[in-house]
Design a protein around this ligand. Structure first.
Ligand code: KG4
Ligand code: ZN
Length: 341
């Protein structure tokens, strides 16, 4: 089989990343330059600053990815890039770079949906993994349960009706004054807390039992914190983090296991930044085992934003000849399964 070497580019939020992946599974290089330190002092990503940083970093990051791969641009077979969803100014930097490379080197350009990229991180981690499987994608902007029927065929069976899981983590951390991004910090505090100390609500919907809502639990935690402050009670940060985390993870795990059973699919995968959460990984592993479901989860640096996952997803677009031309644009609100070209 001919080796297809794809250079992937990711700039949808606050990570500038480029990677070279062979046949969608073998990572030769994966350079990620994070802007977290810059955005930390604002308590979240400032879109205008993110775009400017991407402009500064994109060429050095691509060069480093090629150097690490010991390849020249002439040796790359195709370029894949995140074209949405994400911050429009940030996305445009990656899209422009990929379009220029594809035009100059006369190689195919493959647009990739960022969420489909997150799912593909599992193909890198597990060389034998093939669809169909159910994937729980939870990140700063998304919380979805997806039936991955085939590499290029995804069906959303559940999603959040308001906040994403990662967004709730970030908001709770900010309210507690713990810093940004909140997910890893809350995860750490929760390890020393009692997850049964405070009961926070879990949302369920009758019209779609796989859907989520995290704004209720978020508001409930914020109200609890404010009440404690008003009464002059000392805040137990560890217990609050552990109890909040339990409320979020309980629903994520319950809904995804329920989907596997109802759809009669015995493989479940995790994806997205929140997939790095230690309690979510532990709980889903346990519940999957109880239900004889095979559990797949990418290593930590493949859960958060990176270009290797974009190159992997790009490979499956390459096989289907889903190529774009220089008219490709950033699509900030791109939906899963939405036609790009
Ligand atoms: O996928 P990602 O890197 O960017 C988006 O596409 O949104 O996800 C970032 C999100 C942030 O909300 C961050 O707080 C959350 O993932 N996150 C975590 C953990 N690590 C990152 N949430 C919970 N626990 C973690 N360990
Ligand atoms: Zn992401």
């Amino acid at each position: 089989m001919k080796e297809i070497k794809i250079l992937g580019i990711e700039t949808s939020c606050d990570e500038t990343s480029a990677a070279v992946v062979i046949n969608g599974r073998q990572v030769i290089s994966n350079v990620v330059s994070t802007q977290i330190e810059i955005h930390k002092k604002y308590g979240g990503v400032v879109p205008e600053i993110a775009s400017r940083k991407h402009v500064e970093l994109i060429i050095p990051v691509i060069k480093e990815a090629l150097e690490e791969a010991k390849l020249s641009l002439e040796e790359i077979d195709a370029f894949s890039v995140t074209c949405g969803p994400g911050l429009v100014g940030a996305l445009l930097v990656g899209v422009s770079a990929a379009k220029a490379l594809s035009y100059v080197y006369n190689k195919p350009l493959i647009p990739v949906n960022h969420i489909e990229g997150h799912i593909s991180a599992n193909y890198i981690e597990y060389k034998e993994l093939e669809p169909p499987f159910i994937c729980l994608v939870a990140s700063g902007g998304h919380s979805h349960i997806i039936n991955v029927m085939d590499y290029n065929s995804l069906d959303i069976i559940g999603q959040t009706r308001d906040d994403a899981a990662g967004e709730a983590y970030d908001k709770i951390a900010r309210t507690l004054g713990l810093g940004y991004p909140g997910g890893p910090i809350v995860d750490t505090y929760a390890k020393s807390g009692n997850m049964n100390a405070i009961h926070f609500p879990r949302s369920k919907f009758n019209d779609n039992k796989y859907d989520f809502s995290f704004s209720g639990v978020k508001t409930s935690v914020i109200n609890y914190i404010n009440r404690c402050k008003q009464k002059g009670d000392e805040l137990n940060t560890n217990d609050i983090c552990a109890s909040f985390q339990k409320a979020v993870v309980d629903v994520l795990v319950d809904n995804v296991i329920c989907a596997c059973k109802d759809y009669n699919i015995s493989k479940v995968a995790l994806a997205g930044g929140v997939a790095a959460n230690s309690f979510l990984r532990e709980q889903l592993k346990e519940k999957a085992q109880d239900n004889r479901i095979e559990f797949y989860y990418p290593r930590l640096n493949l859960c958060t934003d990176n270009a290797a996952m974009i190159a992997s997803a790009g490979y499956y677009g390459y096989l289907k000849k889903r190529f774009a031309n220089t008219e490709l644009n950033a699509i900030p609100n791109l939906k899963i399964g939405q036609k790009i070209i």
